[in-house]
Write a protein that binds this ligand. Sequence first.
Ligand code: 5GP
Length: 348
Amino acid sequence: MPKIDTEPKLDFEQVLIRPKRSELNSRSEVDLTRSISFKKSGSTWTGVPIIAANMSSTGTFEVCKELSKHKIITALHKFYTLEDYKKNSSELNPDFYMVSTGISSADFSNMCEIVDTMNPKWICIDIANGYIASFLEFCKKVRSRYPKHIIVAGNVATREMVETLIIEGGVDVVKVGIGPGSVCTTRKKTGVGMPQLSCVIECADAAHGAGGFIVSDGGITCPGDLSKAFGGGADFVMMGGTFAGHHETPGEVVTVKQPDGKDKKFKLFYGMSSEHAMVKFYGKKNDYRSSEGKVVQIPYKGPINDTVLDYLGGLRSTCTYIGAKSIKHMSKCTTFVMVSRQLNQIYG
Ligand code: 5GP
């Protein structure tokens, strides 16, 4: 008989963060950097715990160059080769980039070639469905070959798999989120998913209990969502759509005439499981796979720096509303209230 979990599960839009008395008088008193010691790898890291997604439209060297200035990490996409890394090596700070890999043997050899030469700090093992048995085996294999690298792996969305990946897989940071992404169609195509805020709360509790950490991956639509993810216990937050559509991201700017006669600029953004991505990177989409990603034209946003400042400013402001002097303290200082309406949309 199918089971039903009747406990409410929430998304970012169903809550707000309750303000409380704060000793902080200014946003400038908030420190957005975090220092973390990872138990599995024995490594340490200091930076702003935000990650640009390892999608081909955001996980690029150009984006990395800009985001490193703010101590933000970029998960470089898995289609880069060692040659690409060598060409860009002068601009790479090991604290602020991750080498990404899938779990095929071709992915593994490409990743090993890069890691053995570049000696990065971070490795990101990424597949859409982190519940398949070969994923856990792959994590173990990477851990035994690279005992000191910080390993991020996902995606999963439940307590048991977070614990398994940390305890058995030797993973430092589990990437959580099934279906919340802006260009993701997994929930529509499969009916599978977990509301992201509840996913973060459950998985953070599991990871912290097992001596690991989590990245909340996907579903950030505004700076407030970023604060809610940290408030829910995320150690890191990964964003794709937020960083897409800028001057520094790949692709042409296209100008489209609007019904009112005005020109509007757009850039293409697509999911990594979309048919567009499969054809671009593998030459075809196999019939046994369905496309689980969208292709969208998003409004051109100009320099990525402006978006970063907007998001970091929002985070600092949240911290002053709840009395958190750093991101690390946000979850302790957060009380969520369930709401039926988050925003007043009268003017859009
Ligand atoms: P966003 O920040 O745009 O809401 O979400 C970014 C995340 O969406 C990525 O880090 C990745 O986990 C997920 N994602 C990217 N492409 C696809 C796709 O084609 N299908 C699905 N299901 N998820 C995707």
